[in-house]
Ligand binder design. Structure first.
Ligand code: NAP
Length: 260
């Protein structure tokens, strides 16, 4: 399937590993040139080299913290007029909300709500003027089905989702779409690190522990980041201009509902 996005330019945030990396790879395989970002320069450069080798596309690596104004300025300087923006950042920690102070909440809201909104603000009017734009926000299944111990994630990401629900309808007539991709469990470092302690306690390798844990889910397994990347590329396709303000849950059917 030709997605019709060859030679477009994309910013993919938080993309040295996991879901961001998978989105970057999928876009590059469809002919998109990239600016990718994450904080650890060595890992980011290695990922950029992998994507270049696999796709032959131009990949610029900008190592910085995307949740800071300085970091965002660096990324935007490398790609001031992107056709595609994939918003992503690390997720807030688990815990009991009684343990979180105001600064913890501000950090979560900044990382998972304000940061993507600031990036959207910086690029959306250019997309409108050029009559093409695809913005994908990586959020979480917790937006749809809250996970109690991920309270800061539930809250901050729901805030982003509410905001873009309105904006998406304002820019859609200019062929600019904004949609959310809601990951359930995907086999990334984040999922592994969250299960490491339990796996150690159980005395089994973490991937084995995870496989056992998801044995009884509808798919019988966690998601493969590759599958997430493909969904992201699909939302960025030239033919996806009528998919507006949607929140696509990729959880292998874990959320039990007849209507998505
Ligand atoms: P991951 O495998 O740990 O990868 C996270 C990536 O983000 C890394 O490249 C990391 O690189 C980068 N990063 C983190 N904080 C950053 C920052 N402030 N600025 C720039 N880059 C940053 O995580 P993932 O599983 O792909 O998760 C991606 C997002 O999806 C997270 O918000 C996570 O909470 C959410 N999510 C994931 C799952 C899942 O099952 N995997 C489920 C629901 C939601 P550096 O550390 O070097 O910066």
């Amino acid at each position: 399937m030709d997605l019709g996005i060859k030679d477009k330019k994309a910013i993919v945030c938080a993309a040295s590993k996991g879901l961001g990396r998978a989105c970057a790879m999928a876009l590059a395989k469809n002919g998109v040139d990239l600016v990718i970002n994450s904080r650890t320069a060595s890992e980011l450069e290695a990922t950029a080299a992998d994507i270049r080798a696999a796709t032959g596309r131009a990949v610029t690596a900008v190592a910085c913290d995307i949740t800071t104004p300085e970091g965002r300025a660096q990324v935007l300087a490398a790609c001031p007029n992107p056709d595609i923006l994939v918003n992503n950042a690390g997720g807030p920690p688990r815990g009991d909300f009684r343990e979180w102070n105001e600064a913890d909440w501000m950090k979560a809201v900044n990382g998972n709500m304000v940061t993507p909104i600031m990036l959207i603000k910086a690029v959306v009017d250019g997309m409108v003027a050029r009559k093409f734009g695809r913005i994908v926000n990586i959020t979480s299944s917790s937006v749809k089905s809250p996970i109690a111990e991920l309270g800061m994630s539930n809250g901050a990401r729901a805030g982003l989702t509410g905001f873009v629900g309105g904006l998406a309808r304002q820019v859609a007539r200019h062929n600019v779409t904004i949609n959310g991709l809601l990951p359930g469990p995907f086999l990334t470092d984040r999922l592994r690190s969250g299960r490491m302690d339990a796996a150690k306690k159980a005395g089994v390798p973490v991937d084995e522990f995870i496989a056992e844990h998801f044995k009884n889910s509808p798919t019988g397994r966690p998601g493969n980041p590759f599958e997430f990347g493909e969904a992201c590329a699909f939302l960025c396709a030239a033919s996806s201009g009528f998919i507006v303000g949607q929140n696509l849950l990729l959880d292998g059917g874990a959320f039990n509902s007849a209507l998505g």
